[in-house]
Design a protein around this ligand. Structure first.
Ligand code: NDP
Length: 236
């Protein structure tokens, strides 16, 4: 299996890379931090390809996609996971550039990530594109207008492309995580009690992706249950 994952240098993307590498996949690892990607690739079973780039650079993404497709012969799964959040209040909107950066990273870059793989998948009548959304895209989070809007758009875009590409044998899915313990949430006291470990999330996400489900929510309540289940052997 050949899998291309953006935002693989940390958190959810790293956990997904570990999950698929453990299943024997060859992975294209994308992120800006070369050292993190190299260290991850070295720690995974198998041989992998690292692409240190900014996902907002469409040309760089396309070059990486072409290299990965040439090296592997085909790509089975593309996961557009790279994402950021900045606080955005509606009235002041001091950080208007920040707002646009969130939309560019979370939404526009996802479109550019899928783009170069579609022709190859159409030709083979097989393949899957996955957008990592968020529960914030279903129910907007206060103070995170750009983030919530970007994730709602991820869900709508994936739904639209799914309906388009289903006729070519390509599946498009969205996974919406609740709160996962990553650098994105690490310093947020609000999410702290609800955090799911990234490896637990990656296992659940990989199962949902394999089913080809249109849309999967992995809510924060599951994080609490998963933590209780991990504690259980120590109690009984
Ligand atoms: P992290 O901050 O741990 O990881 C974000 C990843 O995205 C990093 O690998 C980072 O790599 C990459 N990235 C960010 N901006 C760029 C860019 N411009 N170019 C290339 N890579 C970029 O966060 P998470 O793992 O938590 O987040 C992963 C995804 O999951 C995001 O889309 C996020 O919105 C989503 N999500 C997370 C939740 C959570 O609770 N953690 C909940 C719901 C959704 P680098 O810095 O090396 O470029």
């Amino acid at each position: 299996m050949f899998v291309f994952i953006t935002g693989a240098s940390s958190g959810i993307g790293e956990a997904l890379a570990r999950q698929y590498a453990a299943q024997g996949a060859t992975i294209g690892l994308v992120g800006r931090r070369q050292q993190m990607l190299d260290a991850l690739a070295a720690s995974l079973p198998g041989t992998h390809h690292c692409y240190a780039l900014d996902v907002r650079d469409r040309d760089a993404l396309h070059r990486a996609a072409a290299d990965f497709q040439a090296a592997c012969g085909r790509v089975d799964l593309v996961i557009a996971n790279a994402g950021i959040s900045v606080g955005t209040l509606t009235e002041e909107m001091e950080d208007f550039d920040g707002f646009k950066t969130v939309i560019d990273t979370n939404l526009v870059a996802m479109v550019a990530t899928f783009e170069p793989f579609i022709a190859g998948m159409k030709a083979r009548r097989a393949g899957q594109l996955v957008g990592i959304a968020s529960v914030a895209g279903i129910r907007g989070l206060p103070g995170a207008g750009a983030y919530s809007a970007s994730k709602a758009a991820v869900i709508a875009y994936c739904e639209s492309v799914r309906n388009e590409l289903i006729h070519y044998g390509i599946r498009v899915s969205t996974v919406a995580p609740g709160y996962i313990r990553t650098p994105l949430t690490a310093h947020n006291p609000y999410t702290m009690p609800f955090l799911m470990e990234p490896d637990v999330f990656a296992e659940k996400a990989a199962r949902a992706i394999a089913r080809g489900t249109r849309y999967t929510v992995i809510p924060w309540q599951m994080g609490v249950v998963a933590r209780l289940l991990r504690l259980l052997p120590a109690v009984v």
